[in-house]
Write a protein that binds this ligand. Structure first.
Ligand code: ADE
Ligand code: ZN
Length: 338
């Protein structure tokens, strides 16, 4: 359902696509949270109708610590994972790289492996029921230390969990300052061990954050990255190296990066030769879904079928799906017509 409560984006459901920038922390339903809060005897931070009323990244991050804190059992996590796959199917999304940041999930502190296993049970059940596949991107928080980042990566390397495809970093760069150097060692070890690498940058940091993500962290993909537009050298770097951006239009509007979709730089970046895909970031919290995001941008920028096919192809190529999943999605895309 779109932001205004209408069924936006219906025509984009049939477009074969992947989603590469979406957080499990952004997938809570208000009624579920209200039930869990009641059962735990925890007060709601605001009335249910205003539960998702954010206007800054800091606000939203604080809220998701509260929400994730309620997901205290293995069953709740498995249900969330299964429900996520149902949403993918409903949106016509054939695969997702799903970000989860263990620091938000208070009940699972020190038990990241169990957290991953609980989610894996839900994804496995979903796949058995014919729902789309998911890979997990395990995320550092921008405010963590270098030692914590290396510890997480060493755990991921030891576990080699088949559900985990990548290392990620998210959170608020505006409060953390320049953190590229701090995480360089963790990202180097992840790369050496064959983990894929994605980095939030150019949302709460400017273009310098995007450059650091590429040059210091070896990012294969940038989550957001839109503020690269403020430095033509960084735009050229992304275009030359073919590093794709996982762009989230509604997120950037709601969290006040840009005043309107017309002012959003996705089209300028695309025209400058940067590979862009369209994503939701935190769909429930931002009251959006993937077809609505495509519709929002396609309508504002007058995207043709050919442009839409290019963008959907980028979403598939930029994903960390396996070769079979990618080939299947790309052959469906080649047959697609609006
Ligand atoms: N965690 C969830 N959503 C996020 C965003 N948009 N930026 C950084 N961290 C996040
Ligand atoms: Zn994000």
């Amino acid at each position: 359902m779109g932001r205004d409560g209408t069924d936006n984006g219906a025509s984009f459901r049939t477009l074969p696509k992947a989603e590469v920038h979406v957080h499990l922390e952004g997938c809570f339903r208000p009624d579920t949270l209200e039930n869990w809060a009641k059962q735990a005897g925890v007060p709601m931070p605001r009335p249910r109708e205003q539960l998702f009323a954010f206007n800054s990244l800091a606000d939203m991050l604080e809220f998701l610590d509260w929400a994730c804190g309620l997901a205290s059992t293995r069953e709740r996590l498995a249900e969330m994972a299964y429900g996520f796959c149902q949403h993918l199917a409903a949106d016509g999304t054939g695969y997702a790289d799903l970000i989860i940041n263990p620091t938000h999930w208070a009940a699972w502190r020190g038990r990241t492996r169990e957290l991953i296993d609980a989610l894996d049970a839900g994804f496995t059940a979903a796949a058995q029921d014919g729902l789309p596949p998911v890979g997990l991107c395990i995320s550092l928080l921008r405010t963590q230390t270098a030692a914590e980042s290396v510890e997480l990566v060493e755990d991921l390397i030891t576990w080699r969990h088949p559900r985990v495809v990548a290392l990620s970093v998210d959170g608020n760069e505006a409060t953390a300052g320049r953190t590229g150097p701090r995480f360089a060692e963790a990202y180097r070890r992840a790369a050496d061990a064959g983990l894929r690498r994605t980095v939030h940058a150019g949302e709460s940091s400017g273009p310098e954050g995007v450059r650091d993500a590429v040059e210091l962290l070896g990012a294969e993909r940038i989550d957001h990255g839109v503020r690269a537009i403020e430095d033509e050298g960084v735009v050229a770097l992304l275009a030359e190296r073919g590093i794709p951006l996982g762009v989230c239009p509604t997120s950037n509007l709601t969290l006040n990066l840009y005043p309107s979709i017309e002012a959003h730089p996705i089209e300028q970046l695309r025209k400058a030769g940067v590979k862009v895909s369209v994503n939701t970031d935190d769909p429930s919290l931002l009251l959006t879904n993937l077809p609505s995001e495509y519709e929002l941008a396609a309508t504002a920028f007058g995207w043709s079928d050919e442009t839409l096919r290019d963008i959907a192809r980028t979403s598939i190529d930029a994903s960390f799906a396996n070769a079979d999943v990618k080939a299947h999605l790309k052959s469906a895309l080649a047959r697609w017509q609006s």
